[in-house]
Design a protein around this ligand. Sequence first.
Ligand code: CAA
Length: 389
Amino acid sequence: MSTATLELQGLNFNLSEEHLAVQEAARDFAQNELLPGIVERDNEARFPTEQVKRMGELGFLGMMVSPDYGGGGMDTVSYVLAMEEISKVDASCSVIMSVNNSLVCWGLEAYGSEAQKQKYLTKLASGEMIGAFCLSEPEAGSDATSQQTTAEDKGDYYLLNGTKNWITNGNSSGVALVIAQTDREKKHRGINCLIVEKGLTGFTVGKKEDKMGIRASDTHSLLFTDVQVPKENRIGEDGFGFKFAMSTLNGGRIGIAAQALGIAAGAYELSLKYAQERKAFGKQIFDHQAIQFKLAEMATRIEAARLLVYKAARLKDEHKDYVQAAAMAKLYASDVAMWATTEAVQIHGGYGYVKEFHVERLMRDAKITQIYEGTSEIQKLVIARELIR
Ligand code: CAA
């Protein structure tokens, strides 16, 4: 492997000219527009307003949405290629992108009504506004069916009450997809997903989380007190909300797997470059076998993660079952991200422990990929269930 960029070399993965163009555009954008100021945004936990605006202008916020609704009409492979490149540099921006693309836009396009798509999807796909996906609650993370938020059926509207936790884009979003229990007796089949606009009376943004990583993305609790949500804002049939959430998360996990892959690849590329610049004991540290072994293993595991991520994306594009493939990709890529970034810090030594060399941020950013959109333990559950299905 002669260059710093790993590309599934030697394998015909049928990446088209368009795929390669998307990859290059995302790489250029990340290097030229995301890298400057990234340490400061991370330090200050400052939302990347300008960068998100640019992601919208460049078409990164509604990549898979049909052009009929203002999207890029691209496939999932294009999306993971872009996610990977952007995540190599800025995982805060890539989670904002991932939630908007896979959880909000994809869910709305797949299951929303025509009126909902016209009203919301067009704005979300262009980046005119961004969306949030609200499933987690103080007492319902992995155990997602235990929803305490209620959406009481009042005829023309639902009366929404409850609290959602750890919501990506919590403050910056214009609209939130909120999962809530309507009929408790029906358990998960009595759950609905409502499109809830910011500005509705009783909808407030709560505490901002002070996070270990992805610090520039805004993660908040959202509070709903007697919020009246019009009936036409329910996605799908009555009781479809949990299926909506699960189905949307299946695809979301491909996005997070691509994010983890990008974080790992970013750390690897920085380490390879550093190993060829830094000298110790009279030679480049790359010439020490201890460092060569680390880089060789990083390259190998990253390539394996890449194959799983591309496979899951390809299956989704071919309308084949991708539930297990997505879970495997996320499980493996997130572990590779955590491991590879830790190795990257080690290769950089003392420099790795300070912020300007970037790898410590990548290490902090990597951890969340083992947690959100289903923890690694949940991915194992999903994979195991599929083994005997
Ligand atoms: N795809 C489609 N449908 C699914 C599904 C999947 N992967 N998993 C479950 N379902 C369906 C089942 O078929 C079942 O439907 P029916 O009864 O109609 O057949 C229904 O959902 C309930 O399934 P289970 O009985 O299996 O439910 P469970 O309570 O035993 O467990 C779970 C389900 C897999 C553990 C699920 O709760 C889960 O995935 N939990 C993790 C939640 C999660 O990923 N949260 C992330 C929050 S979002 C986030 O992080 C976004 C962000 O901001 C970055």
